[in-house]
Write a protein that binds this ligand. Structure first.
Ligand SMILES: C[S@@+](CC[C@H](N)C(=O)[O-])C[C@H]1O[C@@H](n2cnc3c(N)ncnc32)[C@H](O)[C@@H]1O
Length: 270
């Protein structure tokens, strides 16, 4: 038997340090990072690099590039959660805590809001923003693809502009589904597919203006080029709806905001 596989690279050789075969990369799983294709295990590091770099100017850039509209999109998302005072809310990839602050006001002192993010710098800023607003809520650094929370716990899980950055969106959605209680809902606020007649203008803005603005304000044109590219690689409204359904969500629907520049998806766990 030993002779049968002679000369054929064996699994233990492939992809590891000593393989003399250049083909070993074909066994490596890849994913998108903007328009680039990168090994899956490299994407989290690249995404972390983006947010480490822009944290200090993140909020200002959001206001400038959306002309303040992101505040309205976030308010709309929280309104569509229908959470009541006393509810438990988990904000995933919550960054500088815009949603967490709005949810905390809504659920009141009897409720519970937990802010999470994988990135320490973003989370620290989020915690500071919460403290500045007089809000003391739990802040947890964790990967959305492996949430360190029990099952069937939250009335609402939210994720704003985070899913796009995840390597395994299906795993993240499955985790968000797991931690929701039956009857609970997921809100996904994310860039989406813009109304077709606006596309040329939107493309010119995204690829012409955004990286320049990123360079001037955050000293990082690449991070905002990644933003524009990652939006184009993200599933559109219908594709994301199907992804959510595949993860187990029911009654999934979406609302186009600003002509589809952004969409809010809502789905329930029953
Ligand atoms: C564009 S920011 C959005 C922040 C905030 N939700 C908002 O709407 O302003 C995306 C956030 O996703 C976080 N993120 C990326 N990958 C993540 C992962 N696998 N798990 C948790 N957070 C992640 C980033 O660290 C970053 O803070």
């Amino acid at each position: 038997m030993a002779g049968l596989n002679k000369g054929v690279p064996q699994p233990t050789e492939i992809g590891f340090h000593h393989s003399p075969f250049p083909i070993h990369h074909s066994f490596m799983k890849t994913t998108d990072f903007g328009y680039q294709t990168v090994p899956e295990d490299e994407k989290p590091r690249r995404v972390a690099g983006v947010f480490d770099s822009v944290t200090a100017r993140y909020d200002l850039m959001n206001d400038l590039m959306s002309l303040g509209l992101h505040r309205l999109w976030k308010r709309f998302a929280v309104a569509q959660s229908f959470v009541a005072p006393g509810a438990r809310v988990l904000d995933v990839a919550g960054g500088t805590a815009d949603l967490a602050r709005l949810f905390a006001q809504r659920v009141g002192p009897q409720g519970e809001v937990v802010l999470t993010d994988i990135n320490n710098a973003m989370l620290k800023l989020g915690r500071d923003r919460l403290l500045d607003a007089g809000m003391l809520i739990p802040v947890v650094q964790c990967d959305a693809e492996r949430l360190p929370f029990g099952s069937d716990r939250y009335d609402c899980v939210s994720i704003a502009f985070g899913l796009r950055n995840m390597t395994h969106k299906d795993a993240a959605l499955a985790e968000m589904h797991r931690v929701l209680r039956p009857g609970g809902r997921l809100l996904v606020l994310e860039f989406s597919k813009v109304w077709q007649p606006l596309k040329p203008l939107y493309d010119a803005y995204s690829f012409g203006v955004l990286p320049r603005l990123g360079q001037v304000v955050a000293n990082d044109a690449e991070a905002y080029r990644y933003l524009a590219e990652s939006i184009r690689r993200h599933p559109d409204q219908e594709q994301l709806k199907r992804l959510m359904e595949r993860a187990g969500f029911e009654r999934v629907e979406y609302f186009n905001l600003s002509a589809g520049v952004v969409a809010l998806h809502r789905g329930y766990k029953f």
